[in-house]
Design a protein. Structure first.
Lengths: 112, 112
């Protein structure tokens, strides 16, 4: 069973709209979460990390973590065509080996 | 200037051959990692190194051998290549104990 599950698989939003991504972990050892974005032909780039319950806002991006339900979400407001990419949720246990476990990703398309 | 260099960008190999994927990071980080991204699978952690020592190995096959000649280098040697090894291989780095891992642009390997 995949330890980090993401939904939806793909998402299409109009320019200026809100894009929302969900991620659920099945492993309670995961304590630290990241959101990464990958444009076609490039490596993943970290968007945000979130380690504490509640919301964390950075510019147009807001992440939310609920450790009790092991659910983390990402919301992008005022979406732009340049936001079109593959979005990954990643988690680790904090065991200091650096191992990140990734979800399958959500494809976002922002249409004009 | 690119902070993580991976060479080559594309690589075509024949089944049974051996290849070395190069990774250099200029972020001053003390930990480096290899991940693999193949079709229909999430990014998979392979190895982590810190101060040129292996921290974690999640690769089942001994055909994959990381090599660290300098603290900012972590190459990946793959022997007896198989078509299933076809994937994009990403190198990443971080400051151990801190959170975000930074990824390189990847090496896309095709084994025929």
């Amino acid at each position: 069973q995949q330890k980090v599950q993401q939904s939806p698989e793909s998402l299409s939003v109009p320019e200026g709209g809100m894009a929302s991504f969900n991620c659920t972990s099945s492993d309670r050892n995961f304590q630290y979460f990241w959101w990464y974005r990958q444009h076609s032909g490039e490596g993943p780039k970290a968007l945000m990390s979130i380690f504490s319950d509640g919301d964390k806002k950075e510019g147009r991006f807001t992440a939310h973590l609920n450790k009790a339900s092991l659910h983390v979400s990402l919301h992008i407001r005022d979406s732009q065509p340049s936001d079109s990419a593959l979005y990954f949720c990643a988690a680790n246990t904090g065991a200091n080996t650096g191992k990140l476990t990734f979800g399958h990703g959500t494809i976002l398309r922002v249409h004009p | 200037d690119p902070k993580i260099i991976q060479k080559p960008k594309y690589l075509v190999a024949v089944t049974g051959s051996e290849k070395i994927l190069i990774c250099e990071q200029y972020l001053g980080h003390n930990a480096m990692y290899w991940y693999r991204q193949s079709a229909k699978k999430p990014l998979e952690f392979m190895f982590s190194y810190s101060y040129q020592k292996l921290m974690d190995n999640q690769t089942a096959s001994s055909r994959f051998q990381p090599q660290s000649s300098k603290k900012n280098h972590l190459d990946l040697q793959i022997t007896a290549l198989k078509p299933d090894d076809s994937a994009t291989y990403f190198c990443a780095s971080s400051q151990l104990g801190e959170d975000t891992q930074y990824f390189g642009p990847g090496t896309r390997l095709l084994v025929l």
